[in-house]
Design a protein around this ligand. Structure first.
Ligand code: PRP
Ligand code: URA
Length: 209
């Protein structure tokens, strides 16, 4: 079963509180999501392998470490996943970015894929699927399945807020995928919204409501 990591660093929890607040403006919401994505990227890259290199300092030659060229791919689920991409790229600027477009049908809550554009070498990369919200898990599961259908195998999932239902759903459908979240909230309401949550992530990021 995939592991679940709750990134409970005080800076993340502090910023998440303002992300949740309905009085936070679109501009501040966007900036805070970007900042939390950077902080979470620090956690999610913790197991990236290092290799030894020799460095000549002004004093001597030292054996030091650099990241050993593991190739990363970021896969934001459109739309709301876009809000976390730049924050992660600040730490891993060489990562490539692929996009998967999904929306939830408001009646069935089932995800509908409308777009997919991925790096040509996507199956060789370690992938991080990004979406602020893991509600029923339908969108994340569909995105991960879309990647596996293209022979991708090293996949992690990164979300800001998850519902317990979504975590269980991804763990059941994709037991090989570890999940990184900033919070696991209480439950899903009758409209499939996470409670307490933050509302509609896409609308709050892009000011569409
Ligand atoms: C939201 C969110 C996730 C999805 C989560 O997207 O960004 O992709 O819902 O719900 P689920 O776990 O039940 O699938 P939405 O469908 O509202 O599309 P948008 O990002 O274009 O607004
Ligand atoms: N999608 C959102 O944007 N918010 C939720 O609470 C659930 C799904």
């Amino acid at each position: 079963m995939g592991k679940v990591f709750v990134c409970d660093h005080p800076l993340i929890q502090h910023k998440l509180t303002y992300i949740r607040d309905e009085n936070t403006t679109t501009k501040d919401f966007r900036e805070l999501v970007d900042e939390v994505a950077t902080l979470m990227a620090y956690e999610i890259t913790r197991d990236i392998p290092l290799q030894k290199v020799q460095v000549k300092t002004p004093v001597t030659t030292a054996e030091c470490s650099v990241i050993s060229g593991r190739m990363l791919g970021l896969i934001p689920i459109l739309r709301a996943g876009l809000g976390m991409v730049d924050g992660i790229l600040k730490l891993v600027p060489a990562a490539k970015v692929g996009h998967i477009g999904l929306y939830r049908d408001p009646q069935t809550l089932e995800p509908v894929e409308y777009y997919a554009k991925l790096p040509t070498d996507v199956q060789e990369r370690e992938l991080i699927v990004i979406d602020p919200m893991l509600a029923t898990g339908g969108s994340a599961n569909a995105a991960i399945t879309a990647l596996k259908n293209r022979s991708c195998s090293q996949i992690k999932l990164m979300c800001l807020i998850a519902a317990p239902e979504g975590v269980q759903s991804v763990q059941k459908a994709h037991p090989d995928v570890d999940i990184y979240v900033a919070a696991i909230d209480d439950y899903l309401n009758d409209h499939g919204y996470i409670v307490p949550g933050l509302g509609d992530a896409g609308d709050r990021l892009f000011g569409t409501k």
